[in-house]
Design a protein around this ligand. Structure first.
Ligand code: FPP
Length: 260
């Protein structure tokens, strides 16, 4: 399994709560409401959302988070008006063109998950360029979920597993979690420890459904354009208070002797 911070307490596997989660995933929600509250077009909310993303990447680096996954365009976002879809693609273009050099200078490795099918060709080219330029960087890994849906990802993995079995490259009886995960787009990325959703909504919306099985979920009322380092630190504090049991038992209360 990909969890390497598991400590054994008695015969129960428990997670030693680290100060900082290794992998934080964020559903950046509330751009539209932020704009509506101010009588501004939704695009302005998304623009301010990109600024919040820049702040968050910098804060994640400073706080020594190793992986940051952001949900920037879901498979279901195609249901939005064409104008807004075009605006979101435009913002991705600007983000990659303007920020790539800076991300590279900060040793950030950029990865994209999600389907490249149906994307304008120049966008697909930009994603490949960002990945190629930063592939050897050793700092924060920024995973941008773009045109991503977890059910679609799991289905694609299931199809690939079935293909491999048909071609006798894999034995169905040997397909365990580890073997299956190798077919997911996140194969080399550890599972998220903490998943944050802003704007007060409390659902996963088809984001990392497999990977977030044991993530701590933190729902925050802040609208995404207002998110900043202090908000991230608030989520980290909440994470630290959680007792991660992975289906095991809580750590035994300290004995009187230990407390003395
Ligand atoms: C949710 O807000 C946000 C999105 C659908 C897109 C997230 C995009 C950004 C933060 C900016 C773009 C970033 C990149 C890298 C392209 P919403 O529009 O659903 O807000 P609402 O629920 O208040 O309407």
């Amino acid at each position: 399994m990909k969890r390497d911070r598991t400590a054994m307490r008695g015969d129960v596997a428990c997670e030693e709560a680290p100060d900082v989660p290794r992998h934080v995933a964020i559903i950046m929600d509330g751009n539209g409401r932020w704009a509506a509250k101010r009588g501004l077009p939704r695009l302005e909310g998304h623009r301010r959302g990109v600024e919040a993303l820049r702040r968050t990447v910098r804060a994640a680096i400073e706080l020594d988070i190793r992986f940051l996954t952001i949900y920037s365009f879901s498979s279901e976002n195609w249901r939005r008006p064409a104008q807004e879809i075009g605006d979101l693609f435009g913002l991705l273009r600007i983000f990659v063109r303007r920020d790539l050099a800076d991300l590279h200078a900060r040793s950030v490795r950029v990865l994209f998950i999600g389907s490249r099918e149906g994307l304008p060709p120049d966008i697909a080219g930009l994603l490949a360029e960002a990945e190629n330029l930063t592939r050897d960087n050793k700092g924060l890994t920024l995973v941008v979920a773009f045109n991503y849906g977890a059910r679609q990802e799991i289905l694609a993995a299931a199809r690939a597993v079935a293909e491999a079995a048909l071609r006798r490259r894999i034995e169905p009886g040997t397909i365990d979690e580890k073997a299956f995960e190798a077919f997911l787009e996140t194969a080399d990325i550890p599972d998220p420890d903490l998943l944050i959703r802003t704007s007060g909504e409390q659902r996963l919306s088809n984001f990392l459904l497999w990977q977030a099985a044991y993530a701590e979920l933190v729902f925050m009322p802040v609208l995404w354009p207002d998110f900043d380092r202090a908000a991230l630190e608030g989520a980290l504090l909440e994470f630290k208070r959680r007792d991660r049991r992975f289906g095991g038992l809580a750590a035994p209360a300290p004995s009187l002797k230990e407390r003395a």
